[in-house]
Ligand binder design. Structure first.
Ligand code: PEP
Length: 247
């Protein structure tokens, strides 16, 4: 793997004035190794302004979700084409908060990945088990099923990133053991290689769930961890840059 991706998911946080935080990230970009790619996914209301500000800075801007259709009678939704039109390069799809709050199934997520590709963008497809599923010894089986259902054919290293985010680790300050991260990422790699051949070996697999400056180096050092999807700690430029420097 030639590069690492550190992606920030701002969720439903950020107002117009938050562009100052993006500016601090851009200012600190030069201290982050060139082999580390930076991506910030602000709320949809900020994508256009952020993308304009981040042009040619080495910080990319992405969306947090999209509708599967190009356009139409879907009040409140936005399409992947609209995100592309605003300057987004990536779209997160199938985040566990979307799966839980909006009842998104693997089939819905798969249609969204197709939509992201239709718009010419990179999909970051999220998978991850709940605590009950892990306690029942079903974590790998659950994630493999989500991958099977959520990933369309034609996935390549250029159009897809997978994010493994154990639901119980998101926003809780808890993380899996290094051994658990290693075995899950190895299992995901196997699924990707079986389905997508050589490309499956090159598709980035991010770890997400309570990544902070003090655990980033450990988590990013695990085999088949090719970057991080960062929630809370991506809201502050100093924390996000500290994580990126560990990449
Ligand atoms: C996320 O929601 O994608 C996430 C990883 O959140 P946090 O880093 O806050 O756990």
């Amino acid at each position: 793997m030639t590069s690492t991706l550190i992606a920030g998911n701002w969720k439903m946080n950020g107002l117009a004035r938050s562009i100052g935080e993006l500016e601090a990230m851009i200012a600190g970009r030069s201290e982050v190794p060139d082999t580390v790619d930076l991506l910030i996914c602000p709320p949809a209301t900020l994508v256009a302004a952020f993308a304009l500000r981040a042009q040619n800075t080495g910080v990319s801007i992405g969306g947090q979700d999209c509708h599967a259709a190009v356009s139409g009678a879907h009040t409140g939704d936005i399409s992947a084409e609209m995100l592309a039109d605003c300057g987004a390069s990536h779209v997160i799809v199938g985040h566990s908060e979307r799966r839980a709050d909006h009842g998104e199934t693997d089939a819905v997520v798969r249609a969204k990945v197709e939509a992201v590709w239709r718009a010419g963008l990179v999909a970051i497809a999220c998978v991850g088990e709940t605590e009950a599923e892990r306690d029942a010894g079903r974590a790998v089986e659950v994630v493999e099923r989500q991958l099977d259902g959520s990933l369309p054919e034609r996935a390549t290293a250029a159009n897809l990133v997978v994010a493994y985010e154990p639901v119980w680790a998101i926003g809780t300050g808890r993380t899996p053991t290094v051994e658990d991260v290693a075995s899950m990422h190895a299992a995901i790699r196997l699924v990707l290689e079986k389905r997508f051949g050589d490309d499956g070996g090159a598709i980035k697999i991010l770890y997400g769930g309570s990544v902070k400056p003090d655990n980033a180096a450990t988590l990013l050092g695990v085999d088949h961890v090719n970057g991080a999807l960062v929630g809370g700690a991506s809201l502050k430029a100093s924390d996000f840059l500290a994580i990126a420097k560990a990449g």
